[in-house]
Design a protein around this ligand. Structure first.
Ligand SMILES: Cc1cc2nc3c(=O)[nH]c(=O)nc-3n(C[C@H](O)[C@H](O)[C@H](O)COP(=O)(O)OP(=O)(O)OC[C@H]3O[C@@H](n4cnc5c(N)ncnc54)[C@H](O)[C@@H]3O)c2cc1C
Length: 513
């Protein structure tokens, strides 16, 4: 497989060839890249009425919950099994409890996982492999106006994701009646009035069936369930992201995190085609340093969103951002598509449930794409997601509408997601440095406000009055944003933003409601 990209993607070939599992990583990237083709195909039919279940193998296990997807799904499964005593089966098509990314979060946020009763604070602390002193955000603007905004306590802890997930898996396996099955792919879910039958393909290719009271879908952005329930369009916006965990940079500062950094205007690759590339750089364990390259985009834009192509760009442009030294070594690639959904309404407008089915994590796409917070969203919401599901299971209220109320939807995150639209470069309407200029103004405004504002913005904790203050100040300094609102959001998008804000204002609690 690697040989096939030798001429088309010479830099990816060069670096991946040296990796122990380079071939496997490439396959994984190509499998995510197939997501874009799937969007043009009819939505899959994987959720079916029980009456349509063909004759097949006998049910091989009875559970309360089948969770498809063992990344964030494993955290949820651990709480449902350990704290609430439900019998959970976690299936994953790959190796369960393994993430293709590493996670950054602040310590205070991470410790919230102890509220679930599954992890102690000491255990959570032991997962922090590096904590940096401060972080900054900076966009490419003329030097005399460029603002480097320093932010403390935001994404400043690098977490050993696999160890966290491994601990969660141990807890699931230590609970009587619960199980984890790797190399087992979800295929379909048949719904009956009082249970579901989940059909899967086992490691040897054989068909398996499991009966449960409900299915939790945590299959991430590629979830066929999310695709079907959302009419084949499970995301409105995306953030394709690639990067590496590497050693040997000449200019990496291990005391400071680079939360967002752009080094050039938008890259224009054709008529009406272009994207604003953004970097992130985080010190990690020991000598390791993580760099990411990504861009915000609407699903429907004509931009090239292939992760493989973005990887080639990453290796080509990396020296413009961080200088790889003579001993530069890539230890592991990290990649994925960060999903986003723009809610056109006062509340959650995305399908995140169906009868006896609940979507979680990236399958639900309710996290903020602004600062990589799918894990952060889960950490903030895990306690209420699991306690509410436990209540619903005890009361047997597992219909679509009841389950829709058990989601990670947050009014502030939905409203803030509109800001991402300003960061989606549009080559048809934007000056090449539009995104950088605008974001530079936002940084100047945040710098003029107390630190709480910047922390709240980058931790998805903004209150309505804080957001309004920032927006008014930016509009005052940078009136071009008013015209940009028209070109970027349009009538429908602007109305959607107003509805989001109205929903937030009417919500009982403005923080995390
Ligand atoms: C490069 C990168 C860096 C990031 N950094 C951060 C960060 O610092 N902080 C943060 O908060 N968030 C971060 N995120 C976001 C975060 O990683 C995601 O939100 C999170 O991983 C989503 O987890 P998930 O379990 O919902 O989906 P995924 O991580 O996509 O996991 C889905 C799981 O489902 C399995 N699966 C898929 N299909 C099937 C099937 N048919 N049958 C069975 N199993 C299946 C997969 O094997 C996988 O294990 C980052 C994302 C990326 C791409």
């Amino acid at each position: 497989m690697l040989d096939r990209i030798r001429n088309t993607h010479p830099l990816v070939y060069h670096y991946f060839r040296a990796l122990e599992h380079g071939e496997e990583q490439l396959r994984s990237i190509l499998s995510i890249d197939r997501y874009w083709e799937q969007l043009s195909l009819p939505a899959p039919e994987v959720v079916l009425d029980g009456g349509k279940m063909p004759a097949g193998p006998a049910v091989s296990g009875d559970y309360d919950i089948v969770c498809a997807g063992g990344t964030l799904g494993m955290l949820h499964a651990a709480v449902m099994a350990v704290r609430y005593g439900w019998r959970v089966l976690v299936i994953d098509r790959g190796e369960p409890a393994r993430s293709t990314r590493d996670w950054n979060i602040s310590r205070g946020e991470l410790l919230r996982l102890s509220e679930t009763g599954v992890f102690t604070e000491a255990e959570l602390d032991s997962l922090i492999v590096r904590r940096y002193r401060t972080g900054w955000v900076e966009f490419h603007a003329p030097k005399e106006r460029r603002k480097r905004l320093f932010i403390d306590d935001v994404l400043d802890c690098a977490v050993d994701a696999d160890r966290l997930l491994g601990m969660a898996m141990e807890r699931v396996l230590g609970t009587p009646g619960s199980k984890v099955a790797g190399r087992t792919s979800f295929r379909a879910c048949y719904r009956f009035p009082d249970h579901v039958v989940v059909e899967a393909e086992g490691p040897d290719g054989g068909q398996l069936r499991f009966r449960a009271r409900m299915l939790v879908d945590a299959m991430g952005i590629v979830s066929p369930v999310a695709m079907q329930l959302n009419g084949g369009r499970p995301q409105t916006h995306v953030c394709p992201t690639v990067g590496t965990i590497a050693t040997g940079f000449e200019d990496a500062d291990y005391e400071v995190g680079e939360i967002l950094a752009s080094t050039e205007p938008a890259e224009i690759t054709g008529r009406g085609v272009g994207r604003q590339l953004i970097w992130e750089g985080f010190p990690a364990r020991g000598e390791e340093y993580i760099t990411y390259l990504f861009f915000y985009d609407s699903v429907d834009s004509p931009n090239d969103k292939s992760l493989l192509n973005l990887f080639e760009t990453y290796f080509r442009k990396l020296p413009d951002y961080k200088q790889p030294g003579a001993g530069f070594t890539v230890l592991r690639p990290v990649f994925g598509i960060i999903p986003a959904w723009s809610h056109d309404g006062a509340g959650c407008t995305r399908a995140v449930s169906d009868d006896r089915i609940l979507l979680l994590g990236d399958a639900a796409s309710l996290g903020s794409p602004l600062t990589f917070c799918g894990f952060g969203s889960m950490v903030r919401n895990l306690d209420r997601l699991t306690s509410r599901l436990d209540r619903a299971m005890r009361a047997d209220t597992l219909g679509r509408e009841a389950l829709a109320g058990i989601s990670a939807f947050e009014h502030n995150v939905a409203s803030m997601a509109n800001l991402m639209k300003y960061m989606c470069f549009d080559a048809k309407t934007d000056e090449p440095n539009f995104v950088n200029e605008l974001m530079n103004e936002v940084m100047i405004v945040l710098d003029s406000l107390p630190p709480r504002y910047r922390q709240a913005m980058f931790r998805d904790e903004m209150t309505l009055d804080e957001l309004v203050t920032v927006m008014l100040k930016v509009a005052w300094r940078y009136p071009k944003i008013l015209a940009a609102t028209w070109t970027k959001l349009g009538l429908q998008g602007s109305a959607g933003f107003v509805k989001n804000i109205a929903g937030w204002a009417m919500a009982p609690s403005t923080r995390n409601s």
